[in-house]
Ligand binder design. Structure first.
Ligand code: VL7
Length: 135
């Protein structure tokens, strides 16, 4: 079994969130706010169902899925697009492909050095985030 991603996480660092948001077509005023946010994540699992909640003082983003089952994702409060998304495990990485209007879109989560890592990618841009565990 892969290391559990479940729990509460607090953002430590982001690299190239700006480039990722530009690739998604996010306007400059929203980008400016988003860059300053302290994000938290809550990852929960019940049987084969996962819920990933990303919180901030500005907006929250919550979605749920079953591994290996395609689902309709609407990125409400983010770029507001519809995707056909599917999450799979690749070794110890939880990998999502988000099929839709944007090419080469998806993300991957994994644990390394007790931290939660997230790579978000869209077109030719990759954003890398690291989260630390909080009680
Ligand atoms: C990823 C960047 C930037 C629009 C608002 C910013 C609000 C807090 O989807 C996410 O995580 C998933 C991967 O899909 C799994 O953990 C949340 C949000 C970070 C998106 C786009 C800026 C507008 C940020 C919700």
């Amino acid at each position: 079994m892969p290391t559990s991603l479940c729990g509460k996480w607090e953002l430590l660092s982001s690299i190239n969130l700006e480039g990722y948001m530009i690739a998604l077509g996010i306007g400059s005023s929203t980008r400016k706010i988003a860059l300053k946010l302290k994000q938290h994540k809550l990852i929960e699992q019940a049987n084969d169902k996962y819920v990933i909640k990303t919180f901030s003082t500005f907006r929250n983003y919550v979605f749920s899925f079953r591994v290996d089952e395609e689902f309709d994702e609407f990125t409400k409060g983010l770029d507001e697009r519809h995707c056909k998304s599917v999450v799979t495990w690749e070794e110890n990485r939880m990998v999502c492909i988000q099929k839709g209007e944007k090419k080469n879109r998806g993300w991957a989560h994994w644990i390394e050095d007790n931290k939660l890592h997230l790579e978000l990618y869209c077109e030719d841009q990759t954003c890398k985030q690291v989260f630390k565990r909080v009680a």
